[in-house]
Design a protein around this ligand. Structure first.
Ligand code: URA
Length: 233
């Protein structure tokens, strides 16, 4: 990797500021003063800036138990953003993998690896997402059976051109359902339950693909993924 890029990835400097630091003679590579931004460095080169050895910030993969009242947006608008809950270097490089509504809670993945997040969110991949919804009205008996069949076949959502892909509905108790969907349409779970005349009071994401939310994470807590968890996608 070019030295100016290495500097911008391992410090708070932009590429432009890194070039200026190089010209001011603040950077060494393997003990030698280096001023060339285009110089290539490898992982075993020792780069220092102002006498301090630098480590590159690698790609990051994080799971957060999203609390309510937090947005999955890049720019801060009305509410704090999910990246504001993370105490990490260069949070502006991170993005959430798909979105949860501001009121929804549970598993949100956050990364700076665009290819990895694309593998999870690309519509062609049909990556399943598992939600637990608390309902305003009881769903049981024949109504529950009709809903299970309707969701398995696909339902029409207002304003959408095509019905939803087959989704699996499990009725946990009259007010709690688990819904597994393979798409990520706008407000999809809330709209699917509205399509059968119900209303979602609370929505919690339990899993994305084969990755469940780590139940030891309290709302607002996060951890880095294990290599085996990253490799699931
Ligand atoms: N479906 C919704 O309606 N809301 C979410 O946050 C996620 C899926």
């Amino acid at each position: 990797m070019r030295l100016d890029r290495f500097l911008s990835e391992s410090t708070e400097m932009t590429r432009g500021l890194a070039k200026r630091a190089l010209l001011r003679g603040e950077v060494t590579v393997n003990g030698q003063l280096e001023k060339k931004a285009a110089r290539h460095v490898q992982s075993d080169d020792c780069v220092t800036w102002l006498g301090e050895a630098l480590e590159p910030v690698g790609l990051r993969y994080i799971m957060l138990n999203k609390p309510g009242g937090v947005e999955c947006t890049a720019r801060r608008e009305l509410y704090p953003r999910v990246v504001d809950l993370l105490d990490v270097a260069k949070p502006e490089r991170l993005h959430s993998v798909g979105r949860l509504d501001v009121d929804s809670t549970g598993l949100i993945l956050i990364t700076d690896d665009g290819q990895w997040s694309h593998r999870i969110t690309a519509p062609s991949r049909h990556c399943p997402k598992v939600y637990r919804a608390t309902l305003a009205r009881p769903l049981e008996g024949a109504g529950a059976q009709r809903a299970i069949r309707a969701f398995a076949e696909g339902v029409e959502l207002q304003g959408d051109k095509t019905p939803t892909l087959p989704a699996r509905l499990e009725c946990l108790d009259p007010y709690q359902v688990r819904l597994t969907i393979q798409e990520g349409r706008y407000h999809q779970v809330r709209r699917m339950l509205a399509a059968i005349g119900n209303h979602v009071e609370a929505l919690h994401r339990e899993a994305v693909g084969d990755l469940p939310l780590d139940e030891t994470l309290a709302p607002g807590e996060w951890r880095e993924l294990e290599a085996s968890e990253v490799a699931l996608f």
